[in-house]
Structure formats: C-alpha cells, structure tokens
Write a protein that binds this ligand. Structure first.
Ligand code: BGC
Length: 543
C-alpha cells in the first residue's frame, strides 16, 4: 500500500511508527543490478528492479554505501560523504531512485560510516601532508610511536581485518613519523570523535541526506566511534573481531557513543515522516544492545545474537526471550536478521545443500513470525548459498591480504544476484557484462525468473510469507507465547489468531496446533491432534 511521507506533515500520535515492524531488504549496491555493464551494480540498476522488491512485499530497502570511494573495503571507505561514486551513478540517480521507491511504497535507508573515512578523503590527505601537532591532524587519531625511535605502534591493538591497527606515516623523503589508528584497513583511518569538527561534519552529512528524503540511516560500527582516551593496551590474546561483541575492548561500546546518538536522534526527529536510525553494534549481549535503543537514542539495532544462534532450538528460544525482554524494557522493537554482507549466507551456515536450504526456509518463517522488524539480505529470498570456491585472484575483501591470505573474507556472500537467463551472470548486467565477482553457472536454476515460475521456490515462499505477515500484522505487538512442545520444536502463539511452529529436531513431530495453514516451508499434514511437521520445517497457522 503506497504511502506518501509528506514533508511538513506531523505524524499523528496514533499512527504506528513504520520502523517498529518493517521488513527491510538489504541491497548490497555493488552486487544487485548493473545498468551500464561495467560489472558493478549501480543506482539506476536498483531503480529498474525496485518493482521486484515491491512485489516481494518488503517495506523498505537499505542501501550499502554508494559514496565516492576507492572501494578498499567495498565502499565502507568513504572519500566524499555527499556524493555518489561515478561507478554507482550520480546524485540525480539517487534522487530518482528514492522517488521511485517512495512511489512504490518503499522506504529508503542508507548507510552512514562515521567511525572512519577513506585515506583518500580530503581531511586525511590534509592531515597526512601536515606536521605533527597541526590541528588538521586532530580529526583523526595520530600518536607518536613507542620505542626509542618511535618504531613501535602506540599500543597493541589489532585491525579487525588482521595485522596491527596502526600504520606509520612517512614523509615524501621516506622519513618515518607519527602513527595513525585504523580499526579496519590501513585505508580506513579512524576519526577522532573528541573533535567538535567531526561532530559538526556528521550532523551536516545526516542533514544532507535527510534533506534529500532518506527515511533513515544504518550506522556502521555504531559501537566503535569513541575510544578509551588512554588508548590502553589490550590483554594478551584479546582479539578485535567484528563479529565478536563478547569481549570488552577499549575501542568498542564506550559510554561516550550514547551522547552522539542522543544528538543524532534530535536531528532525525527534527524531520517529518518518522526518520529512523539503526545501529550496527556488535556488543556483548541484548542488554548492552538495548542501551543504544533508549527512548532518546536510536530506533533499532541489528540483533546479531539471533543471527549467531545457529540451528539450535534452545539457544534460539533463549535469544528470542532475552532480546524481547531487553528491548521491551526500553520501549524499543526487536529486530531479526539471519544474513548480511559480512557473514556466511545462512543456507550454508545451516549445513548447506538441501538440508541447509530446508532449514534456512524454516528459519525465515520463524524470523518473520516474531514481533518487531526483520532484515532480509539480498538473495536470501532466492535461497542463495555462500560461494565458497571463488578463485583466489577474484577475492577483494581486505581480510584476504591482511590475514596473509589465510582468511578468504566475505566475498562469498557478495556475489552478484542472478536475475534471469541460462548463462552467468544471469541478467545482472547487459549482455557481455563481466561481473566484479564471478557468478556460479550452477545458479541457473536459482534465478528470480526461474523462481517466479515455480510455486515451490524459495521466492514463492518469501512472497507468500511477507503477504501473510502484512495481512495478519504479525510484526505488531511484542508478545510471544511459547507452547510446551519439548526442547527440539519451537512453537508459539502471537495473540489469539496466529501461531508458528518450527521443527528443529531430526525427525517428524506432531505439534498440537490446528487452524488454517497460512504458509509452510515444506509438506505438512493436518490431523485431529495437530499438525505433522517433517524435520527442518516450519508452518504458520491461523485460528
Ligand atoms: C560493515 C563492514 C565493513 C566495516 C568497516 C562493518 O561493520 O558492515 O562491511 O567492513 O564495518 O566499515
């Protein structure tokens, strides 16, 4: 149902806030659709395919960075926050995309990357050219080295992509001088969030895009901007892993980040039309996540504990209960997510092959049956697996080189989408396009066109589930009433009229639920005593 977020229209208090139960589809821009045949996806490509996403039934799209960037980290190394990289299009293309999305009733969320810039950003180039102590350096974190000649890094922090988190600058004549901090790649220098100029710059960047009509921001490394001012060494053996929030580190989840979000919230709230802020914060547990969601901070945070719960019914149930309780305590909705551009696709995580696919579809029904908001990662609606055999010379994730070619990194979940046709790259770009990562020939049966024609396809299941979710307002509310079905089968009611059951045991199970089957991820049988669910299967029932 199209909406029109009219500028200047105050939202009636009674109107439900859209982000509380939205299904948000993540577009990895480089790999979604290529309009000009340069091998990389782009904004016009996205625009041309938006009707497919409206037909799928999502409420919003989240675009990964499309800003000017050398792409040292796929665009999470931004050289200009207020312009589109020519590879991805122009500002006019962005405006056209946003307008087309809004016409289709889709909201648009974009990434903001405030922890670091690209080393190609004007600020960093100025800082590198300046003398130690020059104020232009205070936008970043520069320090003299340790050791007699400053030859040791200022502390022992490691980059999340491997190797030290510090790189030493050299003068043009080769004389070494100060070191700068980069929690990620050396081409991603960390900003100094004690600088008023940095704060002012990002206030302005947010406004720039809010003025252009974006409906919200996904905040990259939202737990990372503020560092312990003493920059203390970490304990021997502590590791900075992006996906590990369980270790307390002096550069993650520091108290000072909350002040930034209080400010950003006032900026978002000063715009009409319910603009939303979502945190990518890999922090210790649901309670630490909820601290980002206090009423005057952010609207949502990715639920990475859920993503990491695996195919483990006890753990899943525990995470569901804990996240609902923690977020509920601050009045925030919970989000549910199974995949994104940083993790192995869940078909593969759940075992791969037919089993992995069956489980992943069952997990999707579970995810979409929970109260709150859900994130889908492009291609999961096609049941795409991780590509684990990309040729080494195709790998582009900085993790590959920085780990001394021991960790392949995240390219396997970023392979361009198959749209149609019988040959790679399956309509990703115009005829003759050579995609930036090779698309496996085995994906011929997984194209969107092939699945559109198949009522038993993953795409058909996602589409049916999203329609039923919307019709029954499944995302609304916050109560999950578990049924007593033993530890291996998860079953719950959501109010009187809707129930979901997932059989995570290795054998068929009878679940004492009756009513009309709304959607099922496999063949189910209804009997007088309940519904028979094969292993790795989920069902939704009404009544
Ligand atoms: C993004 C990653 C990126 C990192 C550094 C993240 O968490 O999701 O893709 O490499 O931030 O910007």
């Amino acid at each position: 149902m199209p909406f029109s977020p009219e500028p200047g229209t105050a939202t009636p208090r009674t109107q439900r806030e859209w982000w509380r139960d939205a299904v948000i589809y993540q577009i990895y821009v480089r790999s979604f659709a290529d309009s000009d045949g340069d091998g990389e996806g782009d904004l016009p490509g996205i625009r041309s395919r938006l009707p497919e996403l409206a037909a799928l039934g999502v409420d919003a799209v989240w675009l990964t960075p499309f800003y000017v960037s050398p792409l040292a980290d796929g665009g999470y190394d931004v050289a200009d926050y207020r312009d589109v990289d020519p590879r991805f299009g122009t500002l006019a293309d962005f405006d056209a995309l946003t307008a087309a999305a809004h016409d289709l009733g889709l909201r648009v969320i974009i990434d903001v990357v405030p922890n670091h810039t690209s080393s190609a950003h004007r600020w960093f180039r100025e800082a590198a050219a300046a003398e130690p102590g020059d104020p232009v350096r205070s936008r970043y974190i520069f320090r003299p080295g340790r050791g007699a000649a400053g030859e040791e890094p200022p502390n022992n922090w490691n980059s999340i992509f491997g190797g030290p988190a510090w790189t030493r600058l050299k003068r043009p004549d080769g004389t070494p001088e100060e070191w700068y901090l980069h929690l990620f790649d050396a081409e991603q220098p960390d900003l100094n969030w004690t600088s008023a100029e940095v704060h002012a710059e990002f206030d302005d960047v947010l406004r720039f895009w809010l003025d252009r009509g974006v409906d919200g921001f996904r905040i990259d490394v939202a737990h990372g901007m503020v560092k312990d001012a003493a920059l203390p060494d970490i304990a021997e053996g502590q590791k900075a892993d992006l996906l590990d929030g369980t270790t307390r580190l002096p550069y993650f989840d520091q108290e000072g980040v909350h002040e930034i979000y209080r400010r950003w919230r006032t900026i978002a709230d000063s715009y009409p039309g319910q603009r939303a802020l979502v945190a990518e914060a890999w922090v210790e547990d649901a309670e630490r996540v909820a601290r980002y969601l206090r009423p005057d901070e952010l609207h949502q945070a990715f639920n990475f504990e859920y993503l990491q719960a695996g195919w483990d019914p006890r753990r899943v149930r525990e995470v569901v209960d804990r996240s609902l309780a923690s977020n509920g305590a601050v009045g925030a909705p919970t989000t549910w997510v199974l995949s994104n551009h940083d993790v192995t696709r869940h078909v593969t995580r759940f075992g791969g092959g037919a089993t992995g696919l069956r489980r992943s579809l069952a997990a999707t029904l579970l995810t979409l049956a929970l109260p709150g908001s859900a994130y889908l990662y492009q291609g999961e609606e096609l049941g795409l697996p991780e590509v684990t055999d990309l040729p080494e010379d195709a790998l582009q994730d900085p993790t590959w080189e920085r780990s001394g070619r021991t960790e392949r990194g995240r390219d396997g979940c970023r392979v361009p989408l198959p749209w149609e046709g019988a040959e790679p790259p399956f309509g990703f770009g115009p005829a003759g396009t050579v995609p930036w990562l090779p698309v496996p020939a085995e994906w011929a049966g997984l194209t969107r066109a092939a699945q559109r024609a198949d009522p038993g396809s993953p795409l058909a299941l996602y589409t049916a589930a999203l329609r039923a979710r919307r019709e029954a307002a499944v995302g609304a509310g916050d109560a999950v009433e578990w049924l007593d079905t033993g530890p291996e089968v998860l079953a719950f009611r959501r109010g009187a009229g809707f129930a979901c059951a997932v059989n995570m045991s290795g054998a068929a199970a009878v679940v004492p639920l009756t009513g009309e089957v709304l959607v099922a991820s496999g063949p189910v049988e209804q009997r007088a005593d309940g519904v028979v669910l094969p292993a790795d299967t989920a069902v939704w029932l009404r009544g």
